[in-house]
Design a protein around this ligand. Structure first.
Ligand SMILES: *[C@@H]1O[C@H](CO)[C@@H](O)[C@H](O)[C@H]1NC(C)=O
Ligand SMILES: *[C@@H]1O[C@H](CO)[C@@H](O)[C@H](O)[C@H]1NC(C)=O
Length: 151
């Protein structure tokens, strides 16, 4: 890309006219399972530990993101808009992060005002990018019959 059109793309992207592309990952370069694992662990750290929604999505999730969460719509921007307002302020305790066979899985506890949940996110990878998402949540009441409930 010529420098001038690159600069223009940057201006359009930062002004919100053009959607930004996933900057770090690639769907056009085939990735080994090991490369996908490195990418998924990096995403998990930004998402669950740094709790930086914008960076997690900028680096690893392209615009074509397909989302099966029943309260969401597909697309990168929809997920960012839904999560960004509250994500950095919640308490997250990761329980498991792993990938294989072209998929990645996160299992973690989320606490915020009025909510205590066990969450699993399943992601499909393409190259080193995250392109599709499914999730389930379970409410934690503190009165579970099982002493090893959830984790
Ligand atoms: C991965 O993404 C590329 C586009 O970058 C697409 O051509 C290809 O079909 C995708 N592969 C899978 C398995 O989704
Ligand atoms: C948990 O999942 C259910 C079913 O999709 C949803 O109605 C509920 O809002 C979710 N809870 C939270 C706190 O996201």
């Amino acid at each position: 890309m010529r420098a001038s059109s690159f600069a223009l793309s940057l201006i359009l992207a930062t002004s919100g006219i053009l959607p930004t592309l996933a900057a770090v990952c690639s769907t056009t370069t085939p990735a080994t399972e090991q490369q996908q694992s490195v990418a998924f662990k990096a995403f998990a750290d930004i998402f669950l530990v740094q709790k930086n929604i914008q960076k997690a999505f900028d680096d690893y999730i392209p615009d074509t993101y397909i989302n099966h969460n029943p309260t969401a719509q597909s697309g990168r921007a929809n997920a960012i808009n839904a999560l960004k307002p509250f994500w950095s302020g919640i308490s997250i305790t990761p329980a498991a992060v792993f990938s294989g066979g072209g998929f990645g899985l996160l299992h973690y506890r989320v606490k915020m005002s009025g909510t205590d949940m066990a969450v699993m996110d399943r992601y499909r990878l393409n190259g080193t990018c995250i392109v599709e998402h499914w999730d389930v949540n379970q409410s934690i009441t503190g009165r579970e019959a099982n002493p090893i409930a959830f984790f």
